[in-house]
Design a protein. Sequence first.
Length: 93
Amino acid sequence: MAHMRNKGPMRQPPQSPPPAFIPPKPAVSYIVDCVYQYTYVWLRSGENFWFYPTYVDMDGVAGYRWSGSYWYFYGIDPRFIDAVSCPPIPTPF
């Protein structure tokens, strides 16, 4: 039996909400740098939201989008993304 690598987007959503702040919009950014991190996304349409990307390739980005109260599976064409920010999350002492 052949071993199948788990390359696809199906990974568990984060267990906690995203940060309570909106990071500054960067001049240059790449979604591939934010895989498996809380990521703030600005779309070309003007829409913006917290996202947790689990899969990125040239044809699509998939992961979990924050609704305001829960994470849900979401996919988007990367050409619609204007900018992303995946800032370090402060840890309490």
